[in-house]
Design a protein around this ligand. Structure first.
Ligand code: PHE
Ligand code: ZN
Length: 877
């Protein structure tokens, strides 16, 4: 496959559009396999543009062009050029109306971009470049237009017809057909356009804004899901309230709609006034959704709602600026969730995502800055770097400015840019201007890829009663970026005395924020009368790796005493990391592993301490994931890594059996199901204890019965899945029986079946790949449904490090076969599945060779999509 077919786009090549759109009127005549779209668009020359080619170039893909009219006159075939990707004509006027008629096939659309069908209902997905699969248009985010949308469809199969904005007209057409016209008063880029048509029911509610406007809230789902929307609706109202309270931001249309569909490439989409969601991010009941699902739904509903201001009212100039809306909106949804639930738990979850996935991306062939400089396929840049590291960058500004000035910066950002398409630089400028803080150096966080490393050494000078902290920062090279300039890094620290009390009187309860700007810098703390224990990078104040030699005693002390709850967890996780990696090293040296008795004592002490926050205790008890630990090895050794981690788990299980049992019993009381932070914390602690109890080798029969009992009697999905997940790790007849029971019970619920597929895919048992392969043929599985692909194939390849990396190479071949299959139907999902293969250079020569051969096999495929090409190609470079 030649590179010319997969052109690279560069940020530096940005030019303002030559033509702007004043208005677009769309008419959809919906038919399953042949929908006709008529677009009447008023164009005018952009006065800002200096390119005067006179050519109007409109993007368009995968459609049939029926006709083109310029100011009413039908153009002859020689008056325009049409190719597989665009339509070009020379209008010869500064202002004109173009009518473009296209024909599309929603049923055949398996890529799920543009207009497609999901369970017989029509829906659209236009971000980032899906609108060009609906009509020929300047499909770029800096062309904002007023949209009016007329939808004509069959009354029987499509009683509901929706688009952005307000319904201005509807009626009958005869022939069993009807129509609706929607008008969106806010100019928007076409990526925010949406249409939904189908047989759906609405759940209604209202929200009164602080200025007294009543907003109609409507969630549309298939009738079978009618009772599963309460949590999403509650979450929406909380999000609307929060955005008013924290940012003074009110909703701007009279109606806010959410539609849930089963087939969706991502989590959800913030189309103006008509958010379209993956049903996984809307539907929940205690019986069918876990606590994590409830939290996830609350977060995603809020995220999409928050986009109305950060994304829609102020949007991106070009897709290189994606983090302008995504990093900021993720930061906003994380803060919202922290305010609604446990702040410390939320922070730990967010940091785990960064450490487990973003750091890995940042150290591999796909590493890119938060604001990328180049891409082949923009779909490949909806990444943990743009989203989650982007959110950390916003969080650091929040830390450097303080909450009050950050809010001033947000106000200024909206005052300056409401209704515009802008850049990350514009955002930072608003923050800097509103606060007076110089963010010049800070902006390197947008342009330099890679995870900075901060080397720390602390020294207490007894005679001077002074503590000196010496910091050194560096950042490894990433593709295309060899040398890096130093970052401006906010580092929150505390010093604890021997009784665990904070010694610094910083602005934030004993925490001081240091600003590291140089490659090497020292910070001095006067009046430190005893040797302190350093609590470094509190709250994970920057997305960096820390190199700090702390003894196990110090870590155990921090675990017991740190006033920063995040750092307590961090100490626990660091301690277990050290112990697991030590075990792995012994296994690699063919030595008998032994579990450090001080570690066991620290865990025991942790278990015996009255748990003020059960969720935090549960998190502290969990050993770091294999995917995280793998990053700590020079050459990843999947087998010994798994064995080492399992050894630690089973040892803790037998040495602390009584403690775990007591914790289990103390927290097993399940009254009426509630999703308060306390109740969720209690359930997670109980289920962590259960997992440890079940990790004993050989299995304790009484515990096994206890676990099966929990599964059988569980009144909620959290407890049922926790028990089932323990059982699926142990071979035997009962495993098959329980899995079968679960399948039969939930056969009609695709979201619950996703969990069933995943549990089997992540099992460490030897025949997991064979089982996964068999499950591909299960009638409930479908390669056309992204949730199913992720639940089974994604879970095995990204969530089962040990079995996926089997040295036979069977896992690699299996994934490659699936990627090749998906490349033809859904390139976006195919490309996402590639990620576990991209980091092949971190493995031993045998595995390296096996993976490289699969990547080469992928690159040899005919008609390879740009999505898959880009990632496979970069991986091999
Ligand atoms: N913009 C969506 C969000 O983050 C994500 C998305 C991207 C959805 C592309 C679909 C396609 O909220
Ligand atoms: Zn988003």
């Amino acid at each position: 496959m030649s590179t010319e077919q997969h052109a690279t786009r560069r940020r530096e090549d940005y030019r303002v559009p030559e033509y702007l759109v004043e208005e677009i009127r769309l008419t959809f005549q919906l038919y399953a396999e042949s929908t006709v779209v008529t677009a009447d668009t008023v164009y005018a020359v952009n006065q800002q543009s200096t390119d005067c080619t006179g050519r109007l170039q409109l993007s368009g893909e995968n459609m049939e062009l029926v006709e083109v009219r310029l100011d009413g006159r039908r153009l002859e075939a020689d008056e325009f050029e049409v190719s597989a990707m665009d339509l070009i004509l020379v209008p010869g006027k500064d202002r004109f109306e173009l009518q473009v008629v296209t024909r599309i096939d929603p049923v055949a659309n398996t890529a799920l971009e543009g207009l497609y069908c999901s369970n017989g209902n029509y829906c659209t997905q236009c971000e980032p470049e899906g609108f060009r699969r609906i009509t020929y248009f300047p499909d770029r985010p800096d062309v904002l237009a007023r949209f009016t949308t007329r939808i004509e469809g069959d009354r029987q199969t499509c009683p509901v017809l929706l688009s952005n904005g307000n319904l201005i007209e509807s009626g009958e057409l005869g022939n069993g057909r009807h129509y609706a016209v929607w008008q969106d008063p806010f100019p928007k880029p076409c990526y925010l356009f949406a249409l939904v048509a189908g047989r759906l029911v609405a759940i209604d509610d209202t929200f009164t804004t602080r200025s007294g406007r009543d907003i109609a809230l409507r969630i549309f789902v298939e009738a079978r899901n009618r009772d599963l929307c309460d949590h999403a609706m509650r979450s929406l109202k909380k999000a609307m309230q929060w955005d008013e309270d924290v940012y003074g931001l009110e909703y701007d249309l009279d109606v806010f709609m959410i539609v849930a569909v089963d087939d969706f490439n991502m989590g959800a989409m913030e189309n103006k006034g008509l958010n379209i969601f993956n049903s996984r991010c809307v539907l929940a009941s205690p019986q069918s959704a876990t606590d994590q699902d409830f939290l996830g739904i609350e977060g995603v509903v809020a995220h999409e709602y928050f986009h109305n201001w950060t994304g829609n009212r102020v949007t991106c100039r070009d897709w290189f600026q994606l983090s302008l809306k995504e990093g900021l909106t993720v930061f906003r949804d994380q803060e919202f969730s922290s305010d609604m639930n446990s702040r410390a738990v939320q922070r730990i979850d967010d940091v785990q995502l960064i450490r487990n996935f973003q750091f890995r991306e940042d150290s591999g062939p796909m590493a890119h800055p938060v604001r990328p400089d180049a891409y082949v396929e923009i779909n490949n840049f909806y990444t943990v770097t743009v989203y989650n590291k982007g959110a950390e960058v916003i969080r650091m500004m929040h830390t450097l400015l303080g909450a009050a000035d950050f809010r001033k910066g947000m106000d200024l950002y909206f005052a300056r840019h409401d209704g515009q398409a802008v850049t990350c630089d514009d955002f930072v400028a608003a923050m800097a201007d509103a606060s007076g803080v110089d963010l010049g150096q800070f902006k390197r966080w947008y342009s330099q890829a890679g995870t900075p490393v901060v080397k720390v050494s602390g020294q207490w000078l007894a005679e001077k009663r002074r503590y000196v902290l010496r910091l050194r920062q560096s950042c490894p090279a990433t593709p295309g970026q060899d040398g890096k300039e130093p970052f401006h890094i906010p580092i929150a620290v505390g010093l604890l005395d021997s009784r665990g009390r904070d010694m610094l009187n910083g602005d934030r309860d004993g925490t001081r924020v240091l600003e590291l700007r140089e490659r090497e810098q020292s910070f001095s703390f006067p009046d430190i009368g005893e040797k302190p224990v350093l609590s470094f990078l509190r709250g994970f104040s920057a997305p960096v790796k820390v190199e700090l030699d702390q003894s196990r005693e110090e870590l155990a002390f921090l675990l017991a005493h740190d006033t920063d709850l995040f750092n307590r967890w961090y100490a626990a996780s660091k301690l277990s990391e050290i112990v697991v990696m030590e075990t792995v090293a012994r296994l690699q040296a063919n030595a008998q592993p032994v579990l450090d008795s001080d570690f066991v004592a620290a865990v025991r002490a942790n278990l015996q301490r009255p748990a003020s926050d059960k969720a935090l205790l549960a998190l502290a008890l969990q050993l770091p994931a294999e995917t995280y630990l793998a990053q700590q090895m020079d050459t990843v050794d999947p087998v010994n890594l798994h064995r080492g981690r399992e050894f630690v788990r089973s040892q803790l299980s037998s040495l602390l059996a009584d403690e775990f049992r007591r914790i289990y019993d103390d927290n097993n009381e399940e009254g009426e199901y509630r999703i308060t932070p306390e109740a969720m914390g209690r359930r997670s602690l109980k289920n962590v204890a259960l997992a440890y109890l079940m990790a004993r080798v050989p299995t304790d029969e009484e515990i096994y019965a206890l676990c099966c009992g929990q599964y059988a009697e569980a009144g909620n999905m959290t407890d049922a899945i926790a028990a089932l997940s323990c059982v699926t790790r142990i071979e035997g007849r009962r495993r098959q029986e329980i899995l079968h029971h679960f399948y039969t019970r939930w056969q009609a619920d695709p979201l619950v079946l996703d969990k069933w597929f995943t549990l089997q895919a992540v099992s460490p048992l030897a025949d997991t790949l064979a089982e996964v392969t068999r499950l591909l043929a299960n009638p409930s599985f479908s390669m056309k449904n992204p949730n199913k692909v992720r639940a089974l194939i994604g879970a095995f390849c990204s969530g089962n490090h040990y079995r996926f990396h089997d040295v036979s190479g069977a896992g690699y071949a299996f994934l490659t076969d699936r990627i090749i299959e998906l490349n033809a139907t859904n390139p976006q999902i195919a490309a996402r599945m590639l990620s576990p293969l991209t980091v092949w250079k971190r493995y031993d020569p045998v595995r390296q060779d096996l993976i490289r051969r699969q990547l080469e096999r992928i690159l040899a495929v005919d008609n390879l999509s740009g999505d898959v090409y880009e990632i496979a190609r970069k991986s091999l470079q």
